[in-house]
Design a protein around this ligand. Sequence first.
Ligand SMILES: [Zn+2]
Ligand SMILES: [Zn+2]
Length: 340
Amino acid sequence: MEFITESFHNKRLKEFNINIKTKYKVKDRVLERNTDNSINDDIIDGVRLEKKYYKDGFLIYKVSNFDPRIHYTYLFNSEENKEVLCPNCGKISTVKEFVNGCPYCHTYYNIDYINKELGTKEHLDNIIHSEKYNKITFIVDLIISFIIVFMYILLNGRTFNIYDVSKIIVGGLVLGFFLYYIFYVLDALILLLPIKIYKNKRNRRQIEFWNNALKNNISKKTFFNNFNYELQRYYYLDNNDVIDYDIIDYLDFDLSTKEDLFITVTVNIRIIKYINNKIVKKVENKKFTLKRDKTFVNKLNGGINIIKCHNCGASIDVNRENCEYCKTKINYLQEWYLED
Ligand SMILES: [Zn+2]
Ligand SMILES: [Zn+2]
């Protein structure tokens, strides 16, 4: 089933014969969505766990570090077998059969999820003192302590005997724990405090931004969805080798309210390209500016949409650039769009 939301991406993947299997964690279940439509579970407020890239059926790449603060929703399966009435000819069909347009009168339908979230950042930054980091500190600290105690005994002892070995072990452990405590406290001060101050500042800016956005009637969900749709146009419509992207984090938002509304968003983005039979991964910091369209009329609803050409009134497929009948350029369907 081809959804408006994914049509650009799917077209690109078809060109390369690449299928992406994505695993999601939803509450305590692991669900899956594949771009070749073999499995498409409904996802509600899910977190991405991993993505596997298959070329001609063979696994060629895997990505697994996803931010648990970025959430995804794709809801449709309950709709598939619902019966709907074609508003044009009055015939009844199931949603599934309507996907490629009304089978009777060939009216175009534009299908979208009844609910979707294409990567909403739900939570702000907080820093975690990672367990792995503590373990490494502890091991390095123990080794250093044993060396210090060993050197001390070697330099001060007249002879080296078996009692000295136990002295080294006991002394090394005592010194180790003592130093570890100092390292831990120092580390928290030297390393973590500046990060904490920086992240707090960033959090405050993001909280401020969304408070301000609310005053200007900006919906968080709409913005994130529109932004991701625009990114798909940006990456998959042009002639390049991008086969996938993931926002690793939204670093900063900026709202400008003169005349028109503009949002500038800074993201950390992972771009996956397929060049010369090889996957090429690149992580970039990028800035995008989106403008709010005051005049946008073609609001897309969840489920089935019939969209008429504003010039001749024919039903249109929004994934095409122009109306099939009169060739008029299709009007924008987003509230927010990328500034060129
Ligand atoms: Zn019809
Ligand atoms: Zn037309």
